[in-house]
Structure formats: structure tokens, C-alpha cells
Design a protein around this ligand. Sequence first.
Ligand SMILES: *Cc1c(COP(=O)(O)O)cnc(C)c1O
Length: 409
Amino acid sequence: MASTSDIKNVNSSATTQHNSLGRFGQFGGQYVPETLMSALSELETAFYQYRKEPSFQAELQDLLQDYVGRPSPLYFAERLTRHYARPDGTGAQIYLKREDLNHTGAHKINNALAQVLLAKRMGKQRIIAETGAGQHGVATASLCARFGLQCVIYMGSHDMEHQSLNLFQMKLMGAEVRVVEAGMGTLKEATSEAIRDCVTNIETTHYIMGSVIGPHPYPTMARDFQAVIGKETRTQCQEKLGGLPDILLACVGRGSNAIGLFHEFVNEPSVRLIGVESAGEGIDMKKHAATLARGKVGILHGAMSYLLQNDDGQVVETHSISAGLDYPGVGPEHSYLKDIGRAEYYSVTNKQALKAFQRLSQLEGIIPALETAHAIAYLETLCPQLDNSPCVIINCSARGDKDIQTVMI
Ligand SMILES: *Cc1c(COP(=O)(O)O)cnc(C)c1O
């Protein structure tokens, strides 16, 4: 383990580099049963070893390009920009980072691909994952088909009803989809069930968590695998604008597409980082999922972070029109970025997200996922506050095919 901690100390000046306990400030950590500790330690060692290895990087880069379709374009949204322009022609210059154009239609595959390559090197033949909206499940199922690995996806019963397109795709690609009836039948229960499976089948199984949550090393690992989004954005901004962007905007469910865009710019103080959560039916009502706005510090799924809980510390039920945002916790690094004031977090309601879903469809001919629509909706608040013509980059985390049915009802 000595080599692992050496690597972790590199770059320790970066504000979000976790310390040796896998923490971001007080957040993160490894709150897991003893039986999981050796598996986490094995995973941590593999992660720090292989990510430096040229053959791992070569295989990853090759597949990111030819299988996923990277780099994803940075697209100037001309009509959306005109929609928010002031009479004198100034206003936000709005760009979309097109993660919706990735194979399987979302950013999730960036993380899933790199973890499948790790799992293969660790000799694991069986992959499990949880999914909410189904995007992480579809990405994982696709990769397991590609590499001939056994694949089990846990999905809540509520989400299954609303995401039948993704459910069918997972099955078509050979995954076994297990329905989770417990609780609200959403992402939290699916994650708990996948953790249970992992504890039972630890020798053969690698659990690919779909976001920057869970015990260390998952939040760091998923972040580093999603950081390709921000790295490409930096290069593309240099080419198109000759410099840095001014504002980065992304929806925050558990936080991976946002941190993937932000990470490259955390140490660039001129770049504003804005995350948008789901306010559901309204943040002052009971039914929402605005964890960073209304949560208190607690422990869920192996890590300390902000968490929606009652006065007794019980996790409360959440609600969002977006299955991918319907989760009572958030990645620990976001809790840290909020506390140190480096990133700002706001929330928008289901109604506002639906309007933005239509607005982007009608102005740009791009149908976004309902999750993504939360980030787009925040332009309504943000744009009138901005001076001059700053460059605003929105992470277009996924396409909206899966949500057409929900919106039609
Ligand atoms: C999963 C998902 C999200 C939310 O997850 P993060 O980890 O916060 O990125 C957002 N958009 C889409 C399309 C998703 O599938």
C-alpha cells in the first residue's frame, strides 16, 4: 500500500485532492462492514496501479474514441443564446458539451468503460450495477456484452415502470435486470441491493457504482474517469474562444456529470461552477431531492456527505421527475466544494425542468434527458443576472429518448 499513498500525495495542492483516508474535508471515507474492506483496498490498489499503466491507458483511449465516440463536441447553441440575449445583443454565449452523443446516450459510459477495464485486469468475471433512469444500466450492459462478462443490473420497481425503453435495451444486450421492490423502488434501494450482492459475491464480482458516491475509492475513481469531460472542454474552449470558459453548469443527482465537467477547472478561480439539483414539487414541500440545499451531514452507502434525513437521522423519501436525480445523498466532493464555497448549488422544480426540456427541443432540435433539463432550466435565473457576454457551458449529460413517455403523460 506504500505505493498507493505515494501516488495520492502527488498533486496535494489541488483543493479537492482527497487526503489519505479518502476524504474531501470531513466528507467521504469508508463506512462499510469489515467484509468489504479487503475488496475496497484491492480496488484502490488496482485503480492507482492501472491508471498509470500505458497499456491500460491505450486500451481506454482507443475505446473512448472508437466505441464511445469521444471527444464529444462542444456545440454553440445559437438560438438558445439568442433567446436569452439582451436588446443590445449582449448576454450569455451558451455552449453544450454533448455527452448525449456518446454511445448509449449519456456520460455514464465514461466511468463504466474504465471500470470494466479495471475489473478485467482484476480477474472479475461478473459485473453488477445499480441504475435509476437506466442510463448507467444500459452503459454497463453494453460494455459487458462487448467484453463477454456476466452482468446483473439492480433497478427499483418504480423506475422500471417509467424507463421501459432502457429496461428492454439492457435485456436485449444480455443483462439480467433484477427488480428491487423495497422502499420507494428508486435509486437508493437499488444501490443498497447492489451493495448486498457485492458483499455476498465479493470474490467473483466487481460493483460498478454509477456515480461519485459510495466508499473510497469510488468517488475519486468515478471522478477521475469522468474528468475527460472537463479536459476536452478546456481544449475545445481554447480552440473556439481562445481561453477559459466563464461559467460551467451541470445537473447534480449524485454528482458525476457535474464533477466530470468541474474537476479540470476547480483550481481556476475565474471559472464559476454551478450545480443544479431537483427541487421536485418545490423545495419547501416534502417532495424534492435537493440534497445540498436541504441536507444535513450523515452517512449513506458507505460515505459521509450531505443527506436528506429527518431529525432522528433517518433517510427521508425523495421525489424528482427525473429518476437519475431522485436520490437523498450526493457525492462527498460536492459537499466539500459547497462548504468551501468553490461551487454554487441551486435547484429547479419539475415544472421548470419540463419547460426547459421543451425549450431546448424547440430552439435547438436537441431533446435532452429530464436530468439535463434541470441544468438548462437554471438559465432562466442565471442569464438575467449576467453582465456582458460570458461563455456558459452546460453539460448536456444525456439525450431524452428515455423520457418521452414520462413527458407525454
Ligand atoms: C445518472 C444521470 C444523471 C445524474 O447523475 P450524476 O451522477 O449526478 O451525473 C444526470 N443525467 C443523466 C442523463 C443521467 O443518466
